[in-house]
Design a protein around this ligand. Structure first.
Ligand SMILES: Cc1cc2nc3c(=O)[nH]c(=O)nc-3n(C[C@H](O)[C@H](O)[C@H](O)COP(=O)(O)OP(=O)(O)OC[C@H]3O[C@@H](n4cnc5c(N)ncnc54)[C@H](O)[C@@H]3O)c2cc1C
Length: 425
């Protein structure tokens, strides 16, 4: 069944999953395939989470379409799974086996008659910042969140719903799919267990004063780099520096930008070393002569991911520099960046000029400040600490920084934990 718009004010299921990233999708599918009823709620207009925004993912360097499409197919065909987008949990009452959850559903302003033909966006003259591309480009006020969006349905930015210019879009839709009068709804879900899979967000790089993000245009972050490299991204896969759209020839990756740092994120985000090495392959594929500098404290590539690191060392123009970048300054003449670091193997202080610098920023759990509305054990950084089925069951990157395969394994386990906890009713 999957995409779902409840007509009733009270719905029921064995498990409620909150957050439609790879963790939430996996828990939902695994639960539904065991013929247990499951509701997945996602606050954005489409599911897929951060993985949908990647260009490719390590270690196999597949595009996100591989993993996400297969999961969407499993979801769509399963009658036990229902997906509600633009939905958030506002209250949870009860105990394991018997929860009553209040769900608030925001209006999409586009109904199920939408065929995604795009004629509404073609005529639309209102533009908004494209959050999916981290503000590097714009979409129309009525837009499809991204090419893989599920549901494959347009959405109106609520900031523009009362703008007179929207009438053009309504008139252009021959199916009568745009309804600017839609209102928010509140419904109740009666469920046996709740799995919390609200994932992560990138650490705010502008807080790291010495690295120049927000001050120098050509300092970007690793998540921005994923969108730059994507064929569906703002520069259609060309890796160009923001100041002058010049394709890069020399680039620096700054590991542990804010991570393993008492002033920012004291923990290691576990994926950033591999993510930067993966991004080095994007550069190499497009620019065979480009020089790449990767500054690290020590490379963390757990388990079999070490093979990827070893393979990357064959690239003669990828220079691994042991030592943290102390400062990034801009050369005002050409807007290049000067990366200053100590080489901790030789003791030498190096200054290297590059076209663009990519900050490998870490992962902050969304539960840091958007906590489940139920007494939930969390550590000092906001990660959920599971409590034997009592309260919500955290999964994926709400528990700790994980790469996709570890997330999927954990989320499969969460499906079973929820079935056991919910069965207590
Ligand atoms: C730069 C970078 C590159 C990476 N590259 C790779 C890679 O190549 N390979 C790899 O294996 N891993 C990679 N990762 C790690 C990967 O992104 C994570 O493993 C994955 O995103 C975890 O999925 P998740 O479902 O836990 O969280 P998310 O992907 O964050 O999904 C969480 C979902 O919950 C939704 N949500 C949030 N709050 C609420 C709420 N209150 N109510 C309802 N819904 C909510 C969000 O909108 C989102 O859809 C990378 C990470 C970084 C930082």
């Amino acid at each position: 069944m999957a995409e779902y718009e409840p007509v009733q004010d009270v719905i029921q299921a064995d498990t409620l999953v909150v957050g439609g990233g790879i963790a939430g999708m996996t828990t939902t599918i695994e639960t539904a395939e065991l013929q247990k009823h499951v509701i997945l709620v996602e606050k954005l207009p489409s599911i897929g989470g951060r993985v949908a925004g990647m260009n490719q993912y390590f270690p196999k360097l597949c595009p996100p379409t591989c993993g996400i499409e297969i999961n969407l197919k499993r979801l769509r065909v399963n009658p036990y799974a229902r997906v509600l987008t633009l939905t958030e949990v506002t209250e949870i009452l009860g105990t394991p086996g018997d929860y009553t959850v209040t769900l608030t559903i925001k209006p999409r302003f586009v109904n199920e008659k939408c065929t995604s033909c795009g004629k509404c966006a073609e005529v639309c003259e209102i533009e908004r910042e494209n959050d999916f591309n981290y503000g590097l480009d714009k979409t129309k006020a009525i837009y499809l969140p991204h090419v893989m969006a599920y549901p494959n349905r347009y959405v109106v930015d609520p900031d523009f719903v009362n703008d007179a210019g929207m009438k053009k879009c309504v008139d252009a839709c021959e199916y009568g799919a745009i309804d600017l009068e839609m209102k928010p709804r509140t419904i109740k879900a009666k469920v046996g267990a709740i799995v919390w899979a609200t994932g992560w967000r990138p650490y705010d790089a502008s807080k790291i004063d010495n690295l120049g993000f927000g001050k120098y245009k050509n300092v970007v972050t690793n998540v921005i780099m994923e969108r730059m490299a994507s064929k569906t991204g703002p520069s259609e896969g060309k890796i160009v520096r923001p100041s002058d759209q010049k394709e890069i020839t020399k680039i620096g990756f700054v590991q542990c930008a804010g991570s393993r740092d008492e002033n920012h994120l004291p923990y290691c985000s576990a994926v950033c070393c591999l993510a930067s090495m993966k991004q080095a392959t994007y550069i190499r594929e497009r620019y065979p002569e480009a020089e790449i500098y990767l500054y690290y404290i020590d490379v963390r590539s757990p388990g079999r991911l070490e093979d990827f690191y070893v393979k990357m060392q064959d690239d003669q123009k990828l220079h691994f520099h042991r030592g943290k970048v102390g400062s990034i300054k801009e050369n005002p003449e050409n807007q290049n960046l000067i990366l200053e670091a100590e080489n901790t193997l030789t003791g030498e202080i190096t200054k290297t000029e590059v076209d663009m610098a990519v900050l490998a920023i870490g992962m902050v759990p969304n539960t840091f400040d958007d906590k489940p509305p139920l007494d939930t054990k969390q550590d000092e950084f906001g990660f959920i600490v599971n409590n034997g089925g009592k309260g919500v069951i955290g999964t994926g990157t709400t528990l700790r920084p994980f790469e996709v395969s570890a997330t999927v394994q954990d989320a499969t386990g969460a499906a079973l934990k929820a079935i056991i906890a919910g069965g207590k009713r």
